[in-house]
Design a protein around this ligand. Structure first.
Ligand code: FAD
Ligand code: UDP
Length: 370
């Protein structure tokens, strides 16, 4: 008999398994239909011995000291500040758009002050910022928006930015400084030995049993348990009874090159050419020394594993119907990116999971020492 059956061994499920077992002495069964732990953040060594992220590049960044300290119980860190270049008009320029981006693209020598005026002249403010197009056109104007955002977004989402909620592009800043970091969070680092190793340490407890390659739907009736934490897609839990919630998927194509370094930045975005959106070279992220280097190319797909909930008003409405069903389902707690149909980063999911633990137990979620 388990106290808790937890579906999904990603951040949401693993943090709760760890807390309930180590923090509260509960007996936990953690299962995942994939054959590995770590969920979408899973990493592994490929055939050439290079550490890669199976489901695309995962860069850890957070402003939450609490989340960073919690995860630090299970991993040491490698300080890492992410940088991205975009291939636009035959040049590789920084994205987020900054002073160097505009000066290089237009062959100018603007100061930060002058760049503010440059943007102000071109920005078209919408009366109400509703869509992803409104966000960017309202900051930099239509021409720059079209070079960096329009085609990338159409490729990534199969929708025009004008058809997508503002939240998709709102977190990407536009800067008048030369700061070329992708993120500005207080804590930016990669788990020193990878995400999977961190998850292994998190789940290494006698009260946690992990079952992999098992679908919840096939075993839920046969495994005695008190309560459930469900981190898979919320529509699938209810057999898509109101219809499927739309998700965007990706296909990842990995390529190993017989050279130490292949591209001049960890990630190169390709908004306007190629069927893929971006190319990541993992060695920048992992710091691994190796004579070869592995890259991943991301090809957006309509079908496949559910990765990105698609934020549009009609989808939010459909989600609310499932959310109401979830609220009326006693003994089952829905949490994580897929179960809440929300575009959340890893740190937000960890914070959500720690919050749910506190709510379930009335205990603070501080880690009990090993
Ligand atoms: P998941 O990790 O998806 O875990 C859910 C698990 O549930 C899955 O393993 C699934 O197999 C399992 N499951 C589902 N249904 C069932 C079932 N019926 N039975 C058994 N198991 C089931 N975040 C960042 O902070 N930084 C980044 O750089 C970043 N990059 C990303 C890049 C990509 C391409 C994607 C897709 C996401 C990225 N994210 C990033 C987001 C990050 O992946 C998520 O925030 C995080 O992994 C969510 O954790 P989770 O536990 O909610 O979901
Ligand atoms: N985006 C874009 N051009 C870029 C980078 C991002 O149009 O060069 C848009 C695109 O719609 C993308 C969104 O901004 O889906 C969020 O970008 P982010 O890099 O955060 O994507 P993620 O890592 O979540 O896939």
């Amino acid at each position: 008999m388990f106290d808790w059956l937890i579906v999904g061994a990603g951040f949401a499920g693993s943090v709760l398994a760890e807390r309930l077992a180590r923090g509260s002495g509960k007996r936990v069964l953690l299962l995942d239909k994939r054959r590995h732990i770590g969920g979408t953040a899973y990493d592994h060594y490929d055939d050439e011995g290079l550490l890669v992220h199976k489901y695309g590049p995962h860069i850890f960044h957070t402003d939450s000291k609490e989340v960073f300290e919690y995860l630090s119980s299970f991993t040491a860190w490698r300080p890492y500040q992410h940088r991205v270049l975009a291939s636009v008009d035959g040049q590789l320029v920084p994205i987020p758009i900054n002073l160097d981006t505009i000066n290089r693209l237009y062959n100018l020598r603007l100061t930060s002050f002058e760049l503010e005026a440059f943007f102000a002249e071109r920005a078209e403010k919408a009366p109400r910022v509703r869509t992803s197009e409104d966000v960017i056109v309202g900051k930099v104007g239509r021409e720059v928006y079209e070079k960096f955002f329009r085609n990338y977004t159409r490729k990534q989402w199969g929708l025009d930015p004008s058809e997508l909620d503002a939240s998709v592009t709102a977190h990407i800043p536009v800067r008048t400084s030369r700061d070329d970091r992708y993120f500005t969070d207080t804590f930016q680092a990669m788990p020193l030995h990878g995400y999977t190793r961190m998850f292994e340490r998190m789940l290494d407890h006698p009260n946690i049993k992990v079952m992999l390659g098992v679908d919840f739907r096939e075993v839920k009736k046969s495994i005695p348990h008190e309560q459930v934490i469900y981190t898979g897609p919320i529509d699938a839990y209810f057999d898509d009874c109101y219809g499927k919630l739309p998700y965007r998927s990706l296909e990842f194509r990995f390529e190993t090159k017989n050279t130490q370094v292949f591209q001049p930045a960890p990630v190169v975005n390709h908004p306007n050419e190629h069927p893929y959106t971006r190319v990541t070279e993992f060695k920048y992220l992992t710091g691994q020394e190796h004579p070869k280097t592995t890259l991943v190319y991301e090809y957006p797909r309509a079908e496949g594993d559910p990765y990105y909930p698609i934020p549009r008003p009609e989808n939010a409405e459909l989600y609310r119907k499932y959310e109401a069903l979830a609220a009326a389902t006693p003994g089952v707690h829905f949490i994580g990116r897929l179960a809440t149909y929300r575009y959340s980063n890893m740190d937000q999911v960890v914070a959500q999971a720690l919050g749910l633990y506190a709510k379930l137990t009335g205990l603070p979620h501080k880690r009990t020492p090993f």
